[in-house]
Ligand binder design. Structure first.
Ligand code: F6R
Length: 614
């Protein structure tokens, strides 16, 4: 979704702003723009379409300016065109904005009656015009007050009047060398460089310059100048992400690189946590987790969106089996508007790669307000969701740039598998099935097994290429393979734009079987697990109706090969870790098909990486 970059200092600002915009492209956007503070005026350029289109407009500008703000916009209010692109100018000020102003139409009506003219359909311009309107009012009453004090007062007044979650950064004529802004529910990260101050909505735009950053506290107006940042409550910290982690490193897309990083990501997520004797507790802050979350737990809600919700669905199987815990999985956009029951002993776990997803954050806040104990599984250190949860189980996937989530998902599954095993121990559950002990071993050898699966990547991609002419693709699985089937379908539709659906194998005959014919491919997840024979029966039913079957099973399984058109054999892993292996071919099938169709792999149309609005 929208991205913000701002710089003020001693260097030429434009290259820094444009570099930042390119690094934020992955978030998803449809127009881009920047404003430079140039002596006594603003140089503003905006463009509908890619950042490259904006760069093409910059031949003769930005040579001397050392201060500016820039933005990528993902349209919410008003069409994705140049007029609605940011920055928005209102009198003496120019502003960029992330998030939503909920009461913008009332404010617009009020300002219109006062004679303010609007040139765009955006809520952003309304915010800019409101600040400018208040600025003029205050200046009239206090003509001798400094321009900076007047601006700060007008910002405070306007902030009191607007409702919503947002972040803004602005510059004002007559106050050179300074950027002003606030985060009110949409993150802003800042860093003090040797030659100035850099600000962005996302760590990715900052990391190539410096890894000491501060996530601005909510509700505090900040001022940035060449010497750094001035605001209350700034706490700088070092982030262990490096610039090379946000480069493609020779891969043709970020997504492909991220798929291949999965063995490492899983290892990093477990390093220092997996007890070597595979008997002792996992090595996170055990005492605190026990106290805060698990000692009196009676019910667990796992809440997330999209791919992260599929990780939650898989975890339900883990928690029920190993921790004997009532585990309910909810989509955050539903959970937040339902009336969930928070009895004493309710623990709510939210799962999010970005840690900024608006619905997931709202679900977390609902749970916190209701007095439930909360934890988060987030990939972005210090994200809002991570900070607002009572306990954190961070995944260590590193920056995920491809919009379609891959490595963050495997890291989430890994963490959830380990967590459920641990909670089973904390609760003193006697394991009646051998899956718990085997899954410990499975976790320890997961990086190796993932490497083995990835060694077949070419074959998976080729099968994916062949799917490009199918009428519809179905993904089916039972038990822990059911959420993986849903994830396979989601990956497929978001990357290829072709119709794809995921089903529990047992549901096929309750409806979907109606559209099975030779133009329909059915990708079946059928490892040799406790549900194997049932899934085989379902496959027979599909075969009888002429469906094209691609089976993903256990290597060496000859029975399934006889009834499928194509077969992908995976190493046999434990009950808890098999789903983590099984998602890899699905990611690569989607990738192969999308590539054959010429789709934009890293930035599928209409999607945003970090969904910060409802
Ligand atoms: C799909 C995908 C999305 C996200 C969803 C939640 O590939 O990436 O479905 O999983 O938008 O995002 P996070 O995990 O950041 O809360």
């Amino acid at each position: 979704m929208c991205g913000i970059v701002g710089y003020v200092g001693q260097k030429q600002a434009l290259p820094i702003l444009l570099d930042g915009l390119m690094r934020l492209e992955y978030r998803g956007y449809d127009s881009a723009g920047f404003a430079l503070y140039s002596k006594d005026h603003f140089e503003i350029k905006r463009n509908a379409g890619p950042v490259q289109g904006l760069i093409d407009l910059t031949q003769d500008c930005g040579k001397t300016e050392t201060q500016g703000i820039a933005h990528t916009r993902w349209a919410t209010h008003g069409a994705p065109n140049e007029t609605n692109a940011h920055p928005h100018r209102a009198g003496e000020i120019v502003l960029v904005h992330n998030g939503i102003i909920e009461n913008y139409s009332q404010i617009k009506e009020y300002l219109s009656k006062e004679g303010v003219q609007f040139s765009s359909q955006t809520d952003t311009e309304v915010f800019a015009q409101l600040i400018e309107f208040r600025r003029k009012e205050i200046a009239k009453k206090n003509p001798t007050q400094s321009a900076e004090s007047t601006l700060l007062q007008s910002m405070k007044k306007a902030i009191d009047e607007v409702e919503g979650h947002y972040a803004i950064v602005l510059m004002a004529l007559g106050i050179p060398g300074k950027l002003f802004g606030i985060q009110n529910g949409a993150p802003l990260v800042v860093s003090k460089l040797k030659d100035g101050a850099l600000i962005a909505s996302d760590i990715q735009a900052i990391i190539p310059y410096h890894n000491e950053v501060c996530f601005l506290p909510k509700g505090e107006i900040f001022i940035a100048d060449k010497d750094g940042f001035h605001a209350k409550g700034l706490k700088f910290e070092t982030i262990d992400w490096t610039a090379d982690k946000v480069e493609k490193n020779g891969f043709e897309s970020f997504m492909l690189k991220e798929i291949f990083q999965q063995p490492m990501v899983v290892a990093d997520t477990l390093t220092g946590r997996l007890p070597l004797d595979q008997k002792s507790p996992f090595m996170w802050d055990h005492q605190k987790a026990h106290e805060v979350l698990w000692k009196n737990v009676k019910r667990l809600y796992l809440v997330a969106c999209g791919t992260s919700s599929h990780a939650a669905m898989a975890a339900k199987y883990y928690f029920e089996r190993w921790a004997r815990l009532d585990c309910q999985v909810d989509i955050a956009s539903e959970f937040r508007y339902r009336d969930p029951v928070f009895e004493p002993g309710t623990v709510v776990g939210v799962i999010s790669q970005s840690g900024e997803t608006a619905d997931t954050l709202a679900a977390l806040r609902l749970a916190n307000d209701a007095g439930a104990s909360t934890f988060s599984i987030c990939n972005v250190p210090n994200s809002t969701i991570a900070r607002e949860s009572s306990f954190q189980y961070p995944t260590k996937a590193g920056p995920e740039i491809g919009v379609a989530s891959t490595k963050a998902f495997t890291a989430q599954l890994t963490m959830l598998c380990a967590l459920a095993l641990d909670v089973g121990r904390l609760r003193g559950i006697q394991q009646t099935k051998d899956s718990a002990q085997k899954s410990f071993h499975g976790l320890a050898r997961l990086p190796q097994d993932l490497d083995q699966v990835l060694s077949q990547s070419e074959a998976f991609i080729k099968i994916g290429e062949k799917l490009k002419n199918q009428r519809i693709i179905l993904f089916v699985g039972r038990g822990t393979m059911y959420p993986i089937a849903l994830e396979g379908a989601l990956k497929f539709k978001e990357l290829t734009y072709l119709p794809a659906e995921g089903f529990a194998a047992g549901e096929l005959k309750h409806g979907p079987i109606a559209y099975i014919d030779p133009d329909v491919s059915i990708i079946t997840l059928a490892p040799k697990d406790e549900w194997y024979s049932k899934t085989i029966s379902n496959l027979e039913e599909i075969r009888a109706r002429g469906g094209h079957i691609i089976a993903i099973g256990t290597e060496g399984d000859t029975e399934i090969q006889k009834i499928s058109n194509e077969f992908i054999g995976l190493p046999k892993s434990a009950w808890g870790t098999q789903p983590i292996l099984s998602v890899i071919p699905l990611q690569l099938l989607a990738y192969g098909c999308a590539k054959a169709l010429g789709r934009n792999i890293d930035k599928p149309r209409n999607l945003a990486k970090s969904v910060t609005v409802e």
